[in-house]
Design a protein around this ligand. Structure first.
Ligand code: ADP
Ligand code: MG
Length: 348
């Protein structure tokens, strides 16, 4: 058998990181035994109050790192919003929200999810309870801040997951707007698997001498992921090739990335007609439909999921063992994020 490197784990145990007892219980209860390298490196810096830019390969436990670090900073006696975690999509916000809630099962920390596509009135009434930790997407969060339903004057910490995406064109203005409403001295923490250099340069506008943590930057793709390409001469042969490889490879679950919604829809119809157990997700679906399909995919009821880049980042489904790029992504970073949906936490 070829020698493959295992996921690098830290030398330390979680006990040695000075994590609050109640949170530590949550960490072990969640099933984590030892910290990954990014967790070992980032948690102490997050707890020290310093700004952080952390980069580590996909699937190496960045969520755990910023969750444990930020939850440790919450003053449970202060019933005000102290931490905001920003995510690029509702699906990722959902997932992160669940993880953070579970990790804090043995604490009294209060949470609220603030995401788009939900009823504004529900959101407002949840925010009246002054949740200590908010996980959400930037559009709804800025809206709630501006309409004075979300108070940021006691905010200690802002975590931005998938930070390079969040600071790029599509989101930049929203993020900028949010920064204008948070106290100048709050701690800012950025996490991602990719950080183009020009982006790191622009962070000095809103960060205060951040500590940079890099884990294996030179080796962006994981050892456990094998990559293949099939040279298809004509676009309209792709569908046959797709069904061929699906029939030959015995896979647990698979995501197929297709760049355009229209094309995605078309392929969905065809696969459906050919009786493949297929589902689809993209930004034009209703929130309810998006939630339903995610649930079915997580449960394994749907084995093949067609997606736009909506799901290219952050989504963590352990049984996912094959990623197909029906189209090449437009940005090279996206490729890293897409394939990183498989090979989670050292899986092959
Ligand atoms: P990233 O954000 O770096 O891509 P995630 O935070 O989504 O990675 O974590 C990937 C997977 O690894 C998740 O399923 C998570 O539960 C698991 N994981 C994270 N940290 C640990 C740990 N210390 N021990 C065991 N599993 C872990
Ligand atoms: Mg992540």
């Amino acid at each position: 058998m070829a020698e493959e490197k295992e996921l690098e784990l830290s030398e330390l145990s979680f006990d040695q990181l000075n994590i609050k007892e109640t949170i530590l219980r949550g960490v072990y209860g969640y099933g984590f035994e030892k910290p990954s390298v990014i967790q070992h490196k980032a948690i102490p810096v997050l707890m020290s109050g310093k700004d952080v830019i952390a980069q580590a390969q996909s699937g190496t436990g960045k969520t755990g790192a910023f969750s444990i670090g930020s939850l440790s900073n919450v003053d449970e006696t202060l019933k005000e919003t102290q931490v905001i975690v920003l995510c690029p999509t509702r699906e990722l916000a959902d997932q992160t929200f669940q993880v953070m809630k579970e990790l804090s099962s043995y604490t009294e920390i209060s949470f609220c999810k603030v995401v788009g596509g939900t009823r504004v009135n529900d959101c407002i009434s949840d925010l009246r309870k002054d949740p200590q930790v908010i996980v959400g997407t930037p559009g709804r969060i800025i809206d709630m801040i501006q309409k004075r339903h979300l108070y940021t004057d006691k905010l200690k910490m802002m975590v931005i997951d998938e930070a390079d995406e969040m600071l790029s064109q599509g989101f930049q203005e929203l993020i900028h707007g949010i920064f204008q409403c948070v106290p100048r001295d709050s701690q800012v923490c950025l996490f991602s698997a990719t950080f183009p250099d020009e982006l790191v340069e622009m962070t000095d506008k809103f960060m205060n001498s951040p500590e940079r943590i890099l884990v294996n930057k030179e080796q962006l793709t994981l050892e456990g992921i094998s990559q293949y390409f099939i040279n298809v001469k004509h676009n309209n042969w792709k569908y046959d090739v797709l069904t061929d490889i699906y029939n030959t490879i015995n896979i647990a679950q698979c995501i197929i990335y297709i760049n355009s919604k229209q094309r995605l829809n078309q392929i969905y119809q065809e696969l459906n007609k050919d009786n493949f157990p297929v589902g689809m997700i993209h930004g034009n679906l209703m929130t309810r439909e998006r939630e339903q399909i995610m649930e079915q995919f997580r449960q394994g009821e749907v084995r093949i999921l067609l997606s736009t880049d909506l799901l290219s980042r952050g989504i963590d489904i352990q049984q996912l063992s094959l990623v197909i790029n029906y189209d090449l992504p437009i940005q090279k970073e996206t490729y890293i994020h897409r394939i990183g949906r498989s090979g989670r936490y050292g899986r092959k």
